[in-house]
Design a protein around this ligand. Structure first.
Ligand SMILES: C[S@@+](CC[C@H](N)C(=O)[O-])C[C@H]1O[C@@H](n2cnc3c(N)ncnc32)[C@H](O)[C@@H]1O
Length: 278
């Protein structure tokens, strides 16, 4: 069978299972099996029987809505490749916006950045990749996720800790220039609408934070003000339905100025930023 035919059949199977991007995922999985890139597939003549069997098994797992990244063991985030898998939140493309905002806040040597709730280490890793002069700290509560972050951040110089994001870094109080955080924020009542890939495979600690999803963000609005130096900035991702409630949390503390919400290109509310009052 040609790679083109294999991908066509597999994509039809994934589409029937409700997978959102069937052609893309079918191509990625075949490239993974053949040890090549998706763009190279048209250059290959044939998929061997042994490769076709391995491909078939992966397609069956993807059709059962295992995340693509768990099957390949990797996720790309901005310009970096991360190891991911069961036990750690799969970094999402939409979080690249928040990471980009944090990267844009790093100006002087040595700006201090803290990535709270680092998961796989995605945001911290992107920041050191694009702003090597930054002094980056990161923290994760879950041991398994922390293990992934340790591997993804090895050799980068990021100071990675295991612990509660909202009590960690007592040694940095008042010294931080940028606090960035993609916390759990899915409202419990939204459980039903969460895609199977996330609901059944992302750790629940990574998704949920109280009935309205805002418990972690409330803690961040308090802890961020303790960590930052006057004039320092915080950026936090949130659900698209939280574009008013999250800015309101920051505004209500009386500690923040320039509180604003940011939308993605599709017009969805994505993250809130604020500056600690000087
Ligand atoms: C939505 S995931 C984001 C992971 C990563 N920052 C990213 O953007 O891909 C949230 C992460 O926060 C962690 N977490 C939840 N509560 C925490 C807490 N109190 N302290 C530290 N980490 C926490 C979860 O284990 C999970 O890894």
């Amino acid at each position: 069978m040609t790679p083109r035919e294999a991908v066509r059949r597999a994509a039809a199977r994934l589409a029937a299972a409700g997978v959102p991007s069937p052609e893309h995922d079918a191509g990625e999985l075949l490239a993974h099996v053949l040890g090549t890139g998706r763009s190279q597939l048209p250059l290959l003549d044939d998929v061997s029987e042994e490769a076709a069997e391995r491909y078939d098994r992966l397609i069956a797992r993807r059709a059962a809505r295992e995340p693509l990244q768990h099957l390949t063991g990797e996720a790309w985030f901005r310009h970096v490749r991360l190891e991911v898998g069961p036990g750690v939140f799969t970094p999402r493309p939409e979080t690249e916006l928040l990471a980009g905002w944090a990267i844009d806040q790093v100006h002087d040597d040595p700006d201090v950045v803290v990535d709270l709730c680092t998961g796989s280490g995605a945001i911290a890793r992107a920041i050191v990749d694009e702003r090597p002069q930054a002094v980056v700290h990161a923290v994760e509560l879950d041991e398994l996720a922390h293990g992934y972050a340790a591997r993804n951040l090895a050799g980068t110089g990021v100071d990675l800790r295991l612990g509660d994001a909202f009590t960690a870094f007592d040694d940095l109080l008042g010294q931080v220039h940028v606090v960035v955080c993609n916390p759990p924020y899915v409202p419990l009542e939204a459980w039903e609408s969460v895609a199977p890939e996330a609901r059944d495979h992302d750790p629940h600690l990574a998704l949920f934070s109280g009935q309205d999803g805002l418990d972690s963000i409330r803690r961040l609005a308090v802890r961020g003000a303790q960590l930052l130096r006057p004039g320092g900035v915080v950026g936090v991702e949130h659900a698209d339905v939280q574009g008013d409630s999250v800015p309101a949390i920051f505004a209500a503390t009386g500690r923040w100025v320039d509180v604003r919400d940011h939308h993605d290109l599709a017009g969805r509310a994505r993250f809130t930023t604020a500056r600690l009052a000087p």
